[in-house]
Design a protein around this ligand. Structure first.
Ligand SMILES: *[C@@H]1O[C@H](CO)[C@@H](O)[C@H](O)[C@H]1NC(C)=O
Ligand SMILES: *[C@@H]1O[C@H](CO)[C@@H](O)[C@H](O)[C@H]1NC(C)=O
Ligand SMILES: *[C@@H]1O[C@H](CO)[C@@H](O)[C@H](O)[C@H]1NC(C)=O
Ligand SMILES: *[C@@H]1O[C@H](CO)[C@@H](O)[C@H](O)[C@H]1NC(C)=O
Length: 374
């Protein structure tokens, strides 16, 4: 039954997407490497990068700063809306500084996401100061001025305050938010905090709440918040000393699910409380688990290893760095590199969120959110 509905919905998606075009003309995106379209690339002070080959090889045919082999979910959604892919905020700023954009901001929205950032202000903020930090040595991080969610929001806010983006554009735009995987990974990888997992997760949800309230205050009315995927299943879990190649890191998955529960509750509460707000919650965790459970049905031959990487599961080194290898058919892999899905996985997630039922995205899917008239 589920098989039938998923496929009929994905067919429906292609037939009916044109109807949605014309309503939503802009997309504003906030979050981490799942969404980063090149902000870190345009930030010389950040060494968390994917701006070298073979990143981007399957679609753009060159690295763009995206942490995958092609397009991300917001890219696919933009295609469905019939609008151009958004540029990273820092690229737009550079073009304006050079006089290329005539001080006009792009009408199709802006991507503010920055790889490495978390919902918590401090996540990944202190690499450089901690010399014993294993992550730092591992990634060769030297400079770490990633753009936190708080800063991303401030960047947007300053454009709004200066009237660089029309109020009507904001009202009619999609706002996407995805963040938290880095907080979860950091909690278990560094084990430096005395906060218990429950309190840590609650603090994460509090920060998501702060983001949602502020973006609403700045005029956003159609917001989609995505839950975390199974963070404990990423190939990079092999970096833990006694990790298993056969099993996901259960504590990380539990923390991700606890955060997701809080996030969904928050979203549902806000939908009732805030006039004019349409907000949805994308159930990434369950959707990825569905893909993993039936690999062949979704075109996968490998749902555990990174297509591009090094060591066990390709999880022990970054794609494109050092002694890495790349698989021949990235579309048959769920993971592109040690932390991130392939473009193929992002396209399946997009189908699930755009046209999927309540198991995938609640209380309405993106297509409905795009066409809601009010
Ligand atoms: C990078 O750091 C330098 C020196 O601290 C600073 O002047 C510059 O504005 C920073 N660039 C960005 C994009 O943050
Ligand atoms: C994170 O930073 C923002 C901006 O400085 C601040 O308003 C917020 O309270 C901080 N969050 C926490 C938990 O300290
Ligand atoms: C590693 O093994 C120890 C001892 O068996 C256990 O307490 C710990 O939870 C394990 N760590 C991970 C990440 O599995
Ligand atoms: C997945 O791909 C990796 C790397 O190519 C390989 O070592 C592993 O055996 C594959 N796993 C399966 C189940 O095919």
């Amino acid at each position: 039954m589920e098989k039938f509905s998923f496929f009929s919905l994905s067919l429906f998606l292609f037939v009916s997407s044109a109807a949605a075009a014309g309503n939503i003309q802009a997309v504003f995106t906030f979050g981490d490497s799942i969404f980063d379209a090149g902000n870190n690339h345009f930030n010389p002070n950040c060494s968390i990068q994917a701006d070298f080959p073979p990143y981007g090889q399957s679609f753009f045919h060159h690295p763009t700063g995206r942490f995958t082999n092609g397009r991300t979910v917001t890219d696919f959604v933009s295609e469905l809306l019939g609008i151009e892919l958004q540029k990273p905020y820092l690229e737009v700023e550079q073009e304006i500084a050079k006089g290329n954009l005539d001080k006009l901001y792009p009408q199709n929205g802006i991507n503010f996401a920055s790889a490495g950032s978390g919902v918590l202000n401090d996540t990944n903020a202190n690499f450089v100061s901690k010399s014993s930090n294993p992550f730092e040595a591992f990634f060769h991080f030297t400079k770490n001025e990633l753009i936190t969610i708080t800063t991303q929001l401030q960047q947007f806010e300053s454009l709004v305050k200066q009237n660089k983006i029309e109020k009507r554009t904001i009202e009619r735009a999609f706002f996407f938010f995805e963040s938290g995987s880095n907080d979860v990974f950091q909690y278990y990888f560094f084990s430096e905090t005395d906060t218990d997992p429950k309190a840590y997760t609650e603090a994460m949800v509090e920060e998501a709440k702060r983001w949602l309230e502020q973006i609403y205050r700045l005029g956003a009315r159609r917001i989609s918040v995505f839950g975390l995927g199974p963070v404990g299943c990423v190939p990079a879990r092999m970096l833990f000393t006694n990790a298993s190649a056969d099993a996901c890191h259960e504590e990380m998955n539990q923390m991700a699910q606890r955060y997701n529960l809080g996030l969904e509750r928050l979203v549902m509460g806000m939908a009732k409380q805030y006039p004019g707000l349409h907000v949805t919650y994308g159930a990434t965790f369950d959707t990825v688990m569905m893909l993993r459970a039936q690999p062949q049905r979704f075109g996968y031959s490998n749902v555990s290893s990174a297509c591009c990487g090094e060591g066990t599961l390709g999880g022990m080194g970054q794609c494109g760095v050092g002694e890495y290898t790349v698989c021949d058919k990235p579309d048959e892999f769920l993971f592109w590199d040690f932390f991130h899905p392939t473009e193929h996985t992002y396209s399946l997630l997009t189908k699930a969120f755009w046209g999927g039922d309540q198991k995938r995205i609640r209380p309405m899917n993106l297509k409905t959110l795009a066409t809601t008239v009010y």
